[in-house]
Design a binder for this molecule. Sequence first.
Ligand SMILES: Cc1ncc(COP(=O)(O)O)c(C=O)c1O
Length: 485
Amino acid sequence: MGGDLSVVCVAYPIGRRKTFTTHEISRRVRGETTLVAKAETQKHKMVVTPPGPKARELLGKDADVISASVVRWYPLVAESGTGCFVKDVDGNEFIDFNSGLVVLAVGHSHPRVVKAIKDQAEKLIHYSWTDFYYKPIIDLAEQLTKITPGSFAKKAFFCNSGAEADEAAMKMTRWHTRKPLFLAYTGSFHGRSFGALALTASKPVQRRHFFPLLPQVTHVPYPYCYRCPFGLTYPKCNLWCVDFIEEEVLKKYHPPEDTAAMFIEPVQGEGGYVVPPDDYFQHLKKMLDKYDILMVDDEIQSGMGRTGKWFAIEHWGVTPEIVTIAKALASGLPLGATVAKEELMDWEAGSHANTFGGNPVACAAALQVIGIIREEKLMENATRQGAYLTKRLKEMQQKYPIIGDVRGKGLMVGAEFVKDPETKEPAPKEIQEIMNKCFKRGLAIITSGMSTMRFAPPLIITREIIDEGLEIFEGAVKEVAAQLR
Ligand SMILES: Cc1ncc(COP(=O)(O)O)c(C=O)c1O
């Protein structure tokens, strides 16, 4: 995707459906033969109000055989995906502002990823990495140790999911430091396996009836300036939320010399796409260093270029000792990684392992993802399109007081909905209605936190697709806002 996609689109207006894709166009323009993502000139298309008949039939079967523990946002029964679009079983084509669940950074079924998966599957699908050796996992570890922050030597541990990547970080930091305690944030999400769940503090339903969890985790408030838990205002607050950890937690009941690590999300994902103030993480890291507490940077949602940098923490020039990665890493194949300073990976052989982690097919896909992000300049695109998306949402905020706050980094953008901008009372019912209207009209988008709409489209998105999605979104906001008056 090298150049500015919007320029390419001007030359071939999107009205000419399916004539050329922007990627095909850019390939023709540059005379390249490399595989490129497709469908950027596609538009959404609704052939039947969803869920259509085929979807309804599958929903009935799903209810009979799928665990009741999962929550579905709306009845989108996906059949195929291309670029920034997902098609349901009845032929409706939705603009995908979800990227699956913040996984499809390089878009649906990027041809290079598909080819790498096919090629690797023909060669070697499995040969347990914790028992033997193979090249794709070594190549990927090399790449990940290079792109994660910090110029020091690093090593990687592989697994299958985000929760497992955080579990590995918990066990590794405990093993290395021989300290039992952890710090994490209220509102955080780190996964649902028992260790990760002890860190997670996003919604009561995630923990209800599952106690006892690991008891050694203390949660402290996230720097959520729009709803400061201390009722203070930045910058007058002098970042009391960091001093609070030191003065009220570490000095009173959570001894720092017993604390292995603090788990952070640089932009809180499930908690509502919350972005901390600019000097927050520098202040926090300094305090953690003072007490020899390691920083585990959970980049599972914010990493792999989503915010315009490989990892979101880089926006603040802070270097964590450990980074956890999953979701977008292998473009939909299950893969998680815990990348740490070399000396922290000194746990003894046999102390932590798994069968499927770093599967060769997933590693082959991940190597392509890294190459695509770099070569198609997707971080630059995330920065450029994210700025445009944020500007458009801020303009809408001026028109609709139901939008209380707009915040984000790159293409990780949240718009928080409130009943009243003065009281900031959350608007969960209203945001649900907006989300459902968007779905019926061809935009797949979901919420996070109490009532924040999350915008996390594939990083290949163009301005034209953003505009098309925002047209649907604004229509829904306008209708729901009018009911509030
Ligand atoms: C920040 C963060 N950490 C960890 C996880 C858990 O990842 P997984 O669902 O792959 O276990 C998620 C999932 O949403 C996440 O957003």
